[in-house]
Ligand binder design. Structure first.
Ligand SMILES: [Cu+2]
Length: 121
């Protein structure tokens, strides 16, 4: 009985991980729309799949600099301006999870506002 329960738990866990994969994983490109405030990114956990051509459209409500730790080669630190949209286009070659950080002009110390995930294919 215990064995059956363990198996069920394992199946549930796998289903959970699969659900977190973006539905657009098989498509060559992915466009994500995000809203940025001084405290948070929304949604906070943008995710794509490896080798997709990614476009991040960031509607900013704050002045500052945005960057993705560990993805600096593909996405250099970029200025954001309150009321303007920032468009970042890059290829998601590296898999993993990368903190998205905002250095607001009003509070230059970095604040982690989200987590960018690149799933394995
Ligand atoms: Cu930083």
């Amino acid at each position: 009985m215990r064995r059956v329960l363990t198996l069920l738990a394992a199946v549930a866990l796998t289903a959970c991980v699969n659900q977190s994969r973006p539905e657009t994983c098989d498509e060559p490109s992915a466009t994500l729309e995000l809203t940025l405030t001084a405290q948070a990114l929304s949604p906070t956990d943008p995710a794509v799949c490896q080798n997709q051509e990614v476009t991040l459209v960031v509607h900013s409500e704050v002045d500052g600099t945005l960057h993705i730790h560990g993805y600096d080669e593909a996405v250099p630190a970029t200025e954001v301006t309150d009321g303007e949209d920032l468009r970042l286009e890059f290829t998601a070659t590296r898999t993993g999870q990368f903190p998205i950080e905002l250095h607001a002009d009003a509070a230059p110390q970095g604040v982690a506002v989200g987590l960018f995930t690149v799933h394995d294919r």
